[in-house]
Design a protein around this ligand. Structure first.
Ligand code: F6P
Length: 343
């Protein structure tokens, strides 16, 4: 059997660990592997699928990014996109596909399965917002970057008695902001699930000063809406999956200016941006990408399709692709309230 591997959507640390696991498990059992380059674009254009050997996946475990490249190309938005993708894959001798990605990539994977092409997913997104699974490749590393940044910002905030606003990634949800903020001891965390107004932020900062706390660290998710701070007008055009570039809203920058204007407290902003997606994966991302990648290969070789291995209750479970993309998993109230203990 020949297995195709594809990585789609935003890159995330741990993708290479997953590619390696799929390929090595397939090689172990005597199967062939082809790499599809640049996500779904590689299924729509000629010349982007190539044979992979054991040599190709040697030494890639600790590497960030993806050796296959990625894109936000969406075959569902292209006339006959899924049919073309299936034809390209079959033309390259590929019998079945492992698609590693988030909700966008996996929604195409589900459509491929529906259309009759054997496809299995692997969950990846630093946003951590897929349903059902307790793990998405890249999230743990991203939280580590935010934590490290907050540790560093604490010392300089304290030295200058400043307010530090830290903008982090997270398209629709506040997982990176909340978990990074809790791990890094943020004083206030603003996420889409539990919005605060500018007035509430300002009142919070005055309260801290009143308590003798001369600096504050505010973590803000890039997609948050803060009544009193107009970020929406800066949004750019949407991509093929309908997402605008949230970094363009500059919500961190706008919040910092508004806070300084309202309070007179010296305020600085740090936008962590793609630093959160780069670099070497954490041990947890490596281990789980490896476990889920190897399981995805086993599923494909067993003739399964339309399914995805996930982490749940401490182990690997297999669920329908449609389950993980059914809805966006949001930060629950109890976790958010945990962060408010430290406000
Ligand atoms: O989907 C993951 C993600 O990193 C989001 O957190 C962020 O909004 C988006 O991708 C950024 O996309 P791009 O790298 O295309 O600018």
């Amino acid at each position: 059997m020949r297995i195709g591997i594809l990585t789609g959507g935003g890159d995330a640390p741990g993708l290479n660990a997953a590619i390696r696991a799929v390929a090595r498990r397939a090689f172990q059992l005597g199967h062939h592997v082809s790499g599809v380059q640049n996500g779904w674009a590689g299924c729509l254009e000629d010349g982007l699928i190539r044979e992979m050997t054991a040599q190709d996946v040697r030494g890639i475990l600790p590497l960030g990014g993806t050796i296959l490249g990625t894109s936000r190309t969406n075959p569902l938005k292209i006339k006959d996109g899924v049919t073309t993708a299936m034809r390209t894959l079959r033309h390259s001798g590929i019998d079945a596909l492992v698609a590693i990605g988030g909700d966008d990539t996996l929604s195409v994977a589900a459509a491929m399965h529906e259309a009759g092409f054997a496809t299995v997913g692997v969950p990846k997104t630093i946003d951590n917002d897929l349903s059902v699974t307790d793990f998405c490749i890249g999230f743990d590393t991203a939280v580590g970057v935010v934590t490290d940044a907050l540790d560093r910002l604490h010392t300089t905030a304290s030295a200058h008695h400043r307010v530090m606003v830290v903008e982090v990634l997270g398209r629709d949800t506040g997982w990176v902001a909340l978990m990074g903020g809790i791990a890094g001891g943020a004083d206030l965390i603003l996420i889409p699930e539990f919005p605060l107004t500018l007035k509430e932020v300002v009142a919070h900062l005055y309260r801290r000063r009143g308590d003798g706390k001369l600096f504050s660290i505010i973590v803000v998710a890039e997609g948050v809406s803060i009544p009193g701070v107009e970020a929406e007008s800066r949004e750019g055009d949407a991509d093929a999956f309908g997402h605008v570039r949230l970094a363009k809203r500059g919500v961190g920058d706008l919040l910092a200016s508004s806070v300084e204007h309202e309070t007179g407290f010296e305020t600085r902003v740090t936008v962590l941006g793609h630093l959160q997606r780069g670099g070497s994966p954490s041990p947890s991302d490596r281990i789980w990408a490896t476990r889920l990648g190897a399981c995805a290969a086993d599923l494909i070789m067993a003739g399964k399709s339309g399914v995805i291995p996930i982490r749940r209750d401490g182990g690997v479970q297999v669920v329908a692709l449609s389950d993980v993309i059914a809805e966006t998993r949001r930060v629950p109230q109890d976790l958010y309230e945990l962060s408010r203990i430290f406000s």
